[in-house]
Design a protein around this ligand. Sequence first.
Ligand code: BES
Ligand code: MN
Ligand code: ZN
Length: 492
Amino acid sequence: MEFIALPSLSKRKSADVLVIPFWKKKDGVDIAAFSKELSPLVKEPLENKDFKGDLEETFFHYSKGKQEKRLLLLGLGSSDKASVENIRKAAASAVRACHRKKIKIANLILPEIAELFHEELIRGICEGMLLANYQFVNLKHDTLKENPFVPLEKCSLIGMNKEDEKVVNKAKKILSCVNETRDLVNGNADLVTPEYIADYARRLAKTHPTIKTTVFDKKRIEKEKMGLLLAVGRAAANDPAFIISSYKGNPDSKEHIVLVGKGVTYDTGGLSLKTVNMELMKSDMAGGATVLGALAAAASLGLKRNITAIVPAAENAIGSKSYKLGDVYRSYSGKTVEITNTDAEGRLVLADAVAYAVKNLHPTCLVDIGTLTGGIVVALGEEMMGIFSNDKDLSSAFEKASKLTGEMVWPMPLHLDYKKLLKSDVADIKNSGVRLAHPIQPAIFLNEFIGKTPWVHIDFAGPAFLTKPFSYYPQFATGIGVRLLVEFIEQL
Ligand code: BES
Ligand code: MN
Ligand code: ZN
């Protein structure tokens, strides 16, 4: 979508709609922009109380003789609750209303908000609109034929200055990476194989000369002795891949942020075959897609940071070659792992990846993210990510990034005493314990492989892939985590 800066209402060109923002007041609604010209246009719906100005409320009003065919009244809620996040939500609901009418060109009056900096306002509007202007092109014939998705193409922002273009361009760069992440996660598991993700990472290196991508194929993974990644990927027709993409934005610094994303391209559960939720498991590589998305965003913004994204990618299939319960596998780190549940595979592929990072890349900060447990969804619901950390500064940087982006994280306990849940009689550790503290177990397991590195573990099994749309997130892949990681890196 293209944004056009317009200093005033009189400069606007014709469009399919004029979006007018409103505050909700105790005794009615109030236009959130100063313009005498507007009040008479919206008199009718306001007098008839057809529109209340609630946050995310939208109301189309047809009035003749204007530059636009219709008006869209947009509710911002009450002004004492004004925030960037609420602006995002309102902007997103305006875009969704435009989709319903197949509107391609819009004029939008920027609200005047004393509570926010102008920059924050522009950021909220652009992010909200871009986040909502996406739909996974699915394969339903009637949708394709009778109700095709028409994205908004152009929006003039009335009240925007030339200097605001920096903020707009930044939002556009980040959101294009968010949408690529969504596409990767939404793709069929038979298409988005480990090799496909590897190709995607190679392409990133072509588009951004500052990115370098290295891919270990199965032979090389064997040579590196990544026994856990190999175990998980053994039964699949599609070979595993170990993907390393690096961006060096500050060559003079020793700082090195390493982002590791779970890249299980399909999770059947293996021999511990899944009985529920298997139809969601093409999304089990969302962590991998997210770290690549964040890396691409960092490169296109030219952040002065050194970042490496690692994706241990494998398909957890079932078959005669499946890795086996009761068997012991040797990890990259040398630690031995007894398999007690082949469906607890995320922590296994991540363990080899974080151990590789710690040994070879000397991270000053290590973050891993993945769709690890159903338990985190039970605990926090579909809208929040759980975060675990051994470092106060890192977790507070995440909480700050969470507030700024609206991508919600909730701190979970890295209670090391629970290591007893993973005690094995035949190996150094087992991969899964009894049904207690499920979301904490992978964190405790991974803690055994990261040494003293400052580290954050994120379980986003809830919000990575949604069965219903929520706020500005579409149904299916949300791309959540990309904006959070970029903001986190900027906050560090
Ligand atoms: N990929 C799943 C977690 C998941 C569940 C993601 C639902 C999204 C929606 C993960 O590999 C898994 O199977 N976890 C198990 C762990 C258990 C076997 C210890 C789980 O949560 O049930
Ligand atoms: Mn699993
Ligand atoms: Zn999984």
